[in-house]
Design a protein around this ligand. Sequence first.
Ligand code: GSH
Length: 256
Amino acid sequence: MSKSKVELWQLNYSHYNEKARWGLDHKAVPHIRKSFMPPLQARPVQKLTGQRQVPVVRFDNGEVVNGSAEILAQLDTRYPERPLLPEDPEEQARTLEIQRVFDEDIGPNIRAALFDILLNHPQYVAEIFGVHHGRAIRTMYGLLTARMAPRLRKALGCDSPEGVAAALKTTRRGFDYIEANVQPSGFLVGERFSIADLAAASILAIGVSPPSPSMSWPSPTPPRVDGWLEEWRSHPGGKWVLEIYANHRPTSSQID
Ligand SMILES: N[C@@H](CCC(=O)N[C@@H](CS)C(=O)NCC(=O)O)C(=O)O
């Protein structure tokens, strides 16, 4: 089979998709990005992978991998330069455990807490996800988001005051975890940047909107979004995320 280009199937704005983007950019893998406005990814992604979520990477030999953790593992195996996993077995286990906690626990909760705010501003949601589309499509997407809001709230876990309170509590636990666990090196594990830092910073990025192309929000931001950003940007864990972005988030190796 002739070699084709590496492809990332993604949502432009998403913390799990940011993990995969960051992995590809860290390894400087030239790649094409196919961006969807959710839920328009569902059908093609289902056909390609048997499930509906992104990120998905199709490697240049045609192999397809979904799930941000599996994508990062594959990238480290296929492109061993600039390793993302520590060699030491104990550090490796700690790194993967931190990734697991941020992926499985903090990730869905920070998303629920944020969408509790964003879904009050459906047109702003359209600006975030529709950045590559024209005004007419974004307007239509905003109207659709307003209509779908109750269903989306249910799916994301922000359809009750208790659900939102729990999501916020877990979000805070994520930022507190960083404050309590950053090593003197500035990293979460050992002496160098690893998947632990990449995963934690990507997942928490939606709390601080770092000045990185896909994770910074269009202006003007609605007032409640400003309040959300102020809260997490002033937290020591949020300051760490911004620092990691400033020092370790490479520019994009996207080729289209
Ligand atoms: N555990 C997965 C989670 C991926 C995920 O939640 N993707 C979301 C975007 S943030 C998605 O594709 N949502 C669309 C849907 O569920 O239809 C990973 O780490 O990649």
